[in-house]
Write a protein that binds this ligand. Sequence first.
Ligand SMILES: NC(=O)c1ccc[n+]([C@@H]2O[C@H](COP(=O)([O-])OP(=O)(O)OC[C@H]3O[C@@H](n4cnc5c(N)ncnc54)[C@H](O)[C@@H]3O)[C@@H](O)[C@H]2O)c1
Ligand SMILES: O=C(O)C[C@H](O)C(=O)O
Ligand SMILES: [Mg+2]
Length: 583
Amino acid sequence: MSSNKIIFKHEEDKDTIECPLSKFELINSSIFNKGSAFTSEEKELFNLKGLLPSKTNTLEEQIERSYKQYSDLTHPLRKNDFMTSLRQQNKTLYYALVAKNLTEMIPIVYTPTEGDAIINYSNRFRRPEGCFLDITCPEEIKDRLQCFGLKEDLDYIVVSDGEAILGIGCQGVGGASRISLAKLGLMTLCAGIHPARGLAVALDVGTNNKDLATDPLYMGNKFSRISGDKYFEFLDKFMMVLKEHYPNVIVHFEDFGVPNAQILLDKYRDVIPCFNDDIQGTGAVVTASLMAALKYTNRTLPDSKILVYGAGTAGCGIAQQIVNHLRSFGLSEEEAYSKIYCIDRFGLIVESLKSKSNPTQMKYAKKDKDFEGVDTTSLEQVISHIKPTCLIGCSTQAGAFTEDIIKTMHKYNEDPIIFPLSNPTKKSEAVPADILKWTNNKALVATGSPFADVGEFKIAQNNNCFSFPGIGMGAVTIKATKISDGMISACVNALANLSPLNQLKENDPRGHSVGLLPSVEEIISCSSEIAAAVAIEGIKEGLSTVEGLPTDFSEMKKLVEKNMWKPAYKKYVKSDKPYTFQI
Ligand SMILES: NC(=O)c1ccc[n+]([C@@H]2O[C@H](COP(=O)([O-])OP(=O)(O)OC[C@H]3O[C@@H](n4cnc5c(N)ncnc54)[C@H](O)[C@@H]3O)[C@@H](O)[C@H]2O)c1
Ligand SMILES: O=C(O)C[C@H](O)C(=O)O
Ligand SMILES: [Mg+2]
């Protein structure tokens, strides 16, 4: 393509934007549209005079108006519908509105309400967003992707095949599309990925969800999910198109199922700059909150025993990240693995469970003889035998952490660390109010979905939304060739340092009431701090392809913040240059 085409690069220091659209095309472009905020000069210049009423609003006035409309709706799913429409109309207004109301709106546009929106996708569908790739037409992958721009036009892709959406299983094409859009939305909101430079990709490989397959309105392929060679060939074709045509784009895998998530990550992480949010993003946020909780209670990671309940994609990702962290304390690989215990649907993973467990799970297998006389399918008995410091739930089993279980944890720990991480809210292994009640308010709790404070106790959201935006933006900043384990560990350390517990003096009893992680209100500043740490680690490891980047943390943070797209209107000047990017 010609070099004079419009490229949305990080142009935050410019006061004007070159706009190649006019009339209906302009007003229908969610990237360029300003709605009632077009000035009279812009209305004249872009042929909009007959398309808009005469008054020009400010962005603040538009925020006020849309917040009123949003507030008129009482049902969370209707609020989600409203926000989806707003995003499709005017991205600047959408992100400005969410940024102003983070605590209220993140649960609407992300977990948990997005889970309901996904379940109802084909019935509530109004307008498509993002790219759809179909396993029946692998030869079309390149052309379909190129509708959204060429290699200079994209920084970040979120891709899902919809198999393991949150804790609600296969949600077909709707799950694949909307979970990718929700994650991409947070990349823009929290880490400033330009909305025209991010792409949500839905891979439609069929569905095993009977409700969808029998719904006449279901919009995806109704055949059973394709697996095995044909699935991997399709994925390989997609990844090779990215490698050839979008070599600098960072790829974020989301909600792939257990059989494929780790395999795809292992296969492609040295080939394409990519990471899996459920494995590595979750591993990072949970290790960070665990480190903060241990530090506050004067314990160390090498002295801890961790029990992971639900050894799927997230559970094994968390376990692996904790192992990586234990290694940084000088433990051997064997010692590190020995500190982590995993339970899956057949009970504690022990050597004799080999035929029912996958190779990733078997890394944590314990010797059967060490559990003689213990019913390894009973969580309570396993806890009594191991006496873990920390219990982590990623099982999708609502209520699995019963009163007896939590009290058993408390029996062996003055301050047990309990993380019920399954999403959405209805899948949580326990609710914080119960956990606190059953432990005389001593447990250190953080949950996957948002929960309200319990009296004076603040419940941190132990969700990968605190890690993936920083990991992704760090990688985009240096146009990384790879996202290394060191970059993920840099995220862990940066996030653990941001825990509000660090601001307390030793033995300050308020510890349990400040929350283990920063509040959602702080998610944007946390993400830039993490991005800077991740970028610096990538440079140190020789994984950057950008020349002349700062290696000093505060300089890098300034650069990251400058590069972050912010929702504000700029003056438009007319452009006749060709463009290829999404509008
Ligand atoms: N908080 C976060 O940031 C975060 C991140 C990722 C995933 N999650 C949540 O964690 C849950 C799991 O996600 P995933 O991607 O790992 O899914 P997954 O399907 O890969 O894993 C779930 C695992 O739980 C196991 N399981 C099912 N029933 C069980 C039982 N009765 N006892 C023990 N194990 C059982 C399954 O066999 C599977 O291995 C979901 O609810 C998801 O929303 C939270
Ligand atoms: O999407 C979330 O809220 C976190 C996580 O990626 C999940 O799958 O639950
Ligand atoms: Mg996920």
